[in-house]
Design a protein around this ligand. Sequence first.
Ligand code: GDP
Ligand code: IMO
Ligand code: MG
Length: 435
Amino acid sequence: MSNLIVLGAQWGDEGKGKVVDLFCRHFDIVARYQGGHNAGHTVRIGSRKVILKLVPTGILRPGKQAVIGNGVVIYPPALLEEIETLEAVGVKPAGRLFISNRAHVLFPFHRMAEGVSEGRPGRVAIGTTSRGIGPCYEDKAARRGIRMADLLDAERFSELYQRLAEDKATLREAFRLSEPVGGEKTLREYAAYAERLRPMVTDTAMLLNRAIARGKRVLFEGAQGTMLDIDHGSYPFVTSSNASVGGASTGTGVPPRRIDGVVGVSKAYVTRVGGGPFPTEAAGEDGERLRTHGVEFGAVTGRPRRCGWFDAPLLRYAAAINGFDSLVITKSDVLDHFERIPVCVGYKLDGRLIEELPATPRALSAVEAVYETLPGWRTSTCGITAYRALPARAKDYLRFLEQQAGVEIGAISTGPERKQTILVRGSKLEKLLRG
Ligand code: GDP
Ligand code: IMO
Ligand code: MG
């Protein structure tokens, strides 16, 4: 029985929510392994639209279990609000949602700390989601973080919280901030959150490993994307966790050898939110058209996403880092509107073709994208569910991406809804889903 990772191959928002929602009927458990409420995974089921931030997408399928792994950082009010929103639309997480006792807890002062690093004069802002995600992972790495298990231990929590809050108060004074760090009031609020979350908190690594041993199937749901990975992404313009393949193992406690496949989700073009280099960014009219037709506005912050053309060197890099078995190409229908579609096939730096992705933001910004331009198909492909029904030029475009990426395209998403998907017959992806 195979377990599968589904993760973003670009800078996030590739359509992971839709893909996980579609695939999870083949699995028993969906597990998130990193990130926090910076993620926004959109699922459209008929006229219903749900945006999941912390809760794994599998929760929307009756009978499936959902796990928030140890690699995730949890802001309890956001999680509880999400649970309430789900309950309001008839989804009941109770008894199906499990939270790792080793996941780190995020506090309001993390957001304050992020304001300091993002807003300081002379600093290049990352353009974060302002959720405090980075500072929470900072505390984790500094070994002073507070985990779910600590939150549930009232006495210990009070002590740990006060110590950490003192650190943040020092920061507040040093930067003369007006925002309160939060003392007794926060402590009381978190004590109440603890009681509401307690029934869901458990050792999820053991839960997952036991389930796998019993033949249950796990789908690992990535947040963000490979280029936002703290190690392999466009550092420092990244998030603070491992969004790429390794995160699935460290962020859940499931050994790599129990994971059987890795699927990369990529748009048929590229988007990015926030700052940082973007070699194929289409400034001007083309970028505007991609944004309009693709409705490219952040699911969490509402910020307009920067848009550009498909970047094959970037995807080859993501494929190397993650070992993709298959790709899902999303939003190909957005390209229905274009007469000509440029695809970046190589990078030039100082006039010379380069094979490796530059490590510094300066060099990645200086990269010149080398394009091949393909003709558009200029007809609607929205909602097509059979490969043969695609126009010839759309098939040519997809075949070109496949060749350039060096990985099979196992599925094509032709619209935001579950059903608006083509699963390529005989693909490796089809076999992986079948188990
Ligand atoms: P995620 O963070 O990777 O889950 O992606 P987001 O939910 O942030 O952004 C993807 C957006 O594209 C959402 O609004 C989806 O409903 C939408 N979407 C997903 N797949 C498709 C597709 O194939 N075509 C179109 N037109 N929209 C899609
Ligand atoms: P999903 O899971 C797109 C980006 C932010 C910023 C950088 C760091 O929906 O694909 P952070 O708040 O994480 O410290 O911000 O990462 N970012 C995302 N971009 N999709 C996301 O999640 C993102 N989560 C973070 O815009 O550039
Ligand atoms: Mg998103």
